[in-house]
Design a protein around this ligand. Structure first.
Ligand SMILES: NC(=O)c1ccc[n+]([C@@H]2O[C@H](COP(=O)([O-])OP(=O)(O)OC[C@H]3O[C@@H](n4cnc5c(N)ncnc54)[C@H](OP(=O)(O)O)[C@@H]3O)[C@@H](O)[C@H]2O)c1
Length: 430
């Protein structure tokens, strides 16, 4: 490693694991640079090699997320790793997948693992996660009208929380020497049937959820019809085939060995994310968020003032694109790190007025970059904690990307200490 402060480049930096990893490394004090095609610190596109050198400048550690929704990329990744070596990268943590070494021919994960193992100029760590729990809160395995549809043959998978993957990745990037050459199989603490998952989500949400064990071919056809690239079918067939054959992942203790704490249970994950499964039924009249986020709220007014004529909307939620992505980089325990979709944001904030009443917002500073449509807003809000009656004064940095006159991406930083001072401090470590 060089004598410069370590800097990590996080590919897939706006994705599920990358965004969580960025938050963890930032909290640990490491310089990080998130990379993706949109909304990250630096623009990086696997298909545009000209974006690679700038992303790698000054970087010595790399979180490698291979091209998503593809299976043939070994040569592309090898060329990128050559550039990375030249740029000074000395450690790579690869996001691979469970049983990558047993992947059928034509799926390049094993080839990328072998490529890394053969390189002398850098050390590497391989993460092989099970299916992530977040598949059930995003569009991979969504709960639609109270039904989860996926093929499993009634067998199990040891679903893992993406935040636990990020926690392990963070350890490897903070201390590469301690994890050089390691291959970690990252799982949740229990192998669960999909029916058990449905039951856990039903308990967390208080709504019935059913599991439909659909035919594998029908499910893959449905995924392709929904826009998944045709050559990715081999990956879907392999992943689901492993579960159907009873070869789904089984719990390991790798997460606990690396992080010192047991992995998140599905029950904990479901409790934390219950709002993600709340049906998108718009309230008929005054919604619960109106006082905090409606046209007359201090929060809406300061955000609208900051974004000016770049956006349209009559209240805060109107400013958001349907597919907006929020990342809560610095936040409070128990808060989601990433939320996708306007309706999920509405759901997330629906009870805001029950615990915080805002009466003003001020000290707005606006930094606009017209070339990238990114607006950085610094501002303060003032109010009262409903539970304690104590004053609430917080400072925010919100990094907002605007597209087609709507907010497409929002990265948020707040002072957790200010929240605790108002609402009470959490008990014990997280
Ligand atoms: N789902 C599971 O259960 C599971 C389990 C084990 C392993 N995995 C592996 O996890 C990986 C995905 O990681 P994740 O879940 O953390 O990410 P993710 O949520 O799938 O997000 C993908 C990230 O990659 C970026 N990206 C997409 N296309 C790109 C391109 N052409 N060039 C540069 N960046 C691009 C995206 O941002 P932009 O769109 O802005 O570029 C985004 O940041 C996959 O390789 C998958 O095999 C998934």
């Amino acid at each position: 490693m060089s004598n410069e402060a370590p800097t990590a480049l996080i590919l897939g930096g706006t994705g599920r694991t990358g965004s969580l990893l960025a938050g963890r490394l930032a909290r640990a004090g490491m310089a990080t640079r998130t990379a993706s095609r949109r909304g990250a610190d630096v623009r990086f596109d696997w298909d545009v090699p000209a974006t690679h050198p700038d992303a790698l400048a000054g970087v010595d550690r790399l979180y490698l997320v291979t091209p998503v929704l593809r299976v043939s990329y070994a040569d592309q990744v090898a060329r990128f790793l050559d550039v990375a070596e030249t740029a000074g990268v000395r450690h790579v943590t690869l996001l691979s997948t469970h049983n990558a070494d047993r992947a059928p021919r034509g799926i390049d994960l094993a080839a990328v693992e072998a490529d890394l193992a053969a390189r002398q100029a850098l050390t590497h760590t391989v993460l092989r996660p099970a299916w992530v729990m977040q598949n059930f809160t995003d569009d991979h395995l969504p709960v639609i009208d109270g039904v989860i549809t996926a093929p499993s043959g009634g067998h199990t998978e040891a679903f893992v929380d993406a935040d636990d993957i990020a926690a392990v990745a963070a350890r490897t990037l903070l201390d590469p020497g301690a994890h050089a050459g390691a291959r970690y199989t990252l799982t949740g603490p229990q192998a669960l049937t999909f029916r058990a998952v449905a039951d856990i989500i039903a308990t967390a949400t208080g709504r019935p959820v059913r599991y439909n064990d659909v035919d594998q071919n029908a499910w893959i056809d449905g995924a392709l019809a929904a826009g998944v690239p045709a050559d990715y079918a081999v990956m879907l067939r392999w992943l689901t085939g492993e579960v159907i054959a009873g070869n789904g992942s089984k719990p390991t203790d790798d997460i606990e060995r690396v992080t010192g704490r047991p992995p998140t249970t599905f029950h904990e994950f479901a409790q934390r994310n219950a709002q993600a499964w709340t049906p998108a039924s718009a309230p008929a009249s005054a919604p619960a968020w109106t006082p905090a986020f409606g046209a007359n709220s201090p929060f809406f007014r300061i955000i609208k003032e900051g974004l000016g004529d770049l956006v349209d909307g009559a209240d805060y939620f109107d400013l958001l694109a349907e597919d907006v992505v929020f990342e809560y980089v610095i936040s409070v325990p128990g808060y989601p790190r990433r939320v996708e979709g306007r309706q999920h944001i509405v759901n997330l904030y629906s009870g805001y007025g029950d615990y915080m009443q805002l009466h003003s917002a001020d000290n707005l500073r606006v930094h606009r970059d017209p070339r990238t449509s990114v607006v950085v807003l610094e501002y303060e809000v003032h109010g009262t904690s409903v539970q304690t009656g104590r004053p609430y004064d917080n400072r925010f940095v919100s990094v907002v990307t605007v597209k087609d006159r709507k907010v497409a991406h929002w990265r948020d930083y707040l002072d957790p200490v200010a929240v605790f001072d108002a609402s009470g401090w959490p008990q014990g470590p997280r």
